[in-house]
Design a protein around this ligand. Structure first.
Ligand code: DX5
Ligand code: ZN
Length: 223
């Protein structure tokens, strides 16, 4: 498949959120990545359902909602109602992960599970078939603008292999420290969805950056 680009709105300028949403709406980006942080699962706090609802009104692309919260099962219905199209919960935050995945699917959203940098991909072996997406965290969750952890490339490759063996087309999303300097390598390792926060919104020309991220790998068509 052609890879997807999901700008992370955590790096947008909240003084003119509408303008930043309009920019993404005009761009070649595919999704809006929305980071929800509760100050418990991660040290930072971001935004809740009401803001997600407003984002849904401004977005002309699906909302990819990344829940970095404890007990995510309590809030899945509300985030779905607020407009989440993809809901991703953390492996480390779910005691009954299988049940939570079913709950996301029953809500009508696509279901994703995120793995922290220390969590091996092999732990998803028994639920991979139930998932629409796996999110590989390539930084420790909580903040934008961190440095990409290179061991993540190995995890992407391992996960891609697991999907091939099981004949699954589960999306592999990579989140944290992704930009033009490493996106090609990440795609080669087997990623399908690139989350990019600061590398997009803090760049001189975000539209051009998105378009360059989107164009990566396409050159293969001509050889
Ligand atoms: C980190 C979040 C990321 C973050 C990425 O906890 O999950 O989505 O916004 O930001 P950058 O692309 O700046 O690393
Ligand atoms: Zn995220």
């Amino acid at each position: 498949m052609n890879h997807l680009i999901a700008p992370s709105v955590l790096a947008a300028n909240f003084r003119h959120l509408q303008a930043d949403f309009d920019l993404v709406n005009r761009s070649e980006a595919d999704w809006f990545h929305v980071d929800i942080m509760d100050g418990r699962f991660v040290p930072n706090i971001s935004f809740g359902m009401d803001i997600v609802k407003t984002m849904k009104e401004m977005a002309e692309r699906p909302l990819d909602v990344h829940l970095m919260i404890v007990e995510p099962e309590k809030y899945i219905g509300e985030f779905r109602k607020a407009g989440a199209d993809v809901i991703t919960v953390h492996y480390e935050a779910c005691t009954h992960l299988h049940r939570t995945i079913q709950q996301i699917k029953e809500s009508g959203a696509k279901a994703g599970v995120a793995l922290n940098p220390h969590t091996p991909v092999s732990l998803l072996d028994d639920v991979l078939e139930d998932l629409d997406m796996v999110l590989i965290m390539s930084v420790n969750p909580g903040y934008g603008g961190q440095k990409f952890i290179y061991n993540s490339l190995l995890k992407i490759k391992q996960l891609r292999q697991m999907c091939i063996v099981k004949n699954l087309s589960t999306y592999i999303e990579v989140d944290g420290g992704v930009g033009l300097q490493n996106a090609e390598e990440i795609l080669k390792a087997g990623a399908d969805v690139l989350v990019a926060g600061s590398s997009v919104f803090h760049s001189k020309d975000p539209l051009d950056t998105i378009s360059k991220l989107k164009a990566l790998g396409k050159a293969e068509v001509w050889v």
